[in-house]
Design a protein around this ligand. Structure first.
Ligand SMILES: [Zn+2]
Length: 115
């Protein structure tokens, strides 16, 4: 049975009852949140290949992420199109932590920027 954390919305399998990340008590059903309206951009990847690598990396950690191409006109230091990584707001802290580790471990390059 797939269990869901009501705090970070992560999914877990089988015998786990407490979320290892935030201590949330897992439920058998996905919490009835309209997750799509509770998303936040966390990272601007340098290119689409990296964006897709990040998304599959986050999916491996049970974080649903999407990306969209965007021009960050509000960031004057960025002169190229960037690929924004979007996650559900409750997953933000975990996703940022994972991305920080991924950069440190060389899984993704350091050419992206945290938002
Ligand atoms: Zn959790």
């Amino acid at each position: 049975m797939t269990m869901h954390c009501p705090i970070c919305n992560c999914e877990y399998q089988n015998n786990i009852t407490i979320c290892p990340d935030d201590g949330g008590l897992l439920t058998a059903h996905r919490p009835p949140t309209n997750v799509t309206s509770l998303t936040v951009d966390i990272y601007a990847a340098a290119n689409e290949i990296e964006a897709e690598r990040i998304i599959s990396f986050l999916k491996d950690e049970s974080i649903e992420a999407t990306h969209q191409q965007s021009e960050l006109a509000q960031l004057p230091s960025v002169n190229n199109n960037r690929f924004l990584i979007t996650v559900s707001t409750p997953s933000k802290e975990k996703a940022l932590r994972l991305l920080t580790n991924a950069r440190h471990d060389g899984i993704i390059t350091t050419s992206g920027i945290f938002l």
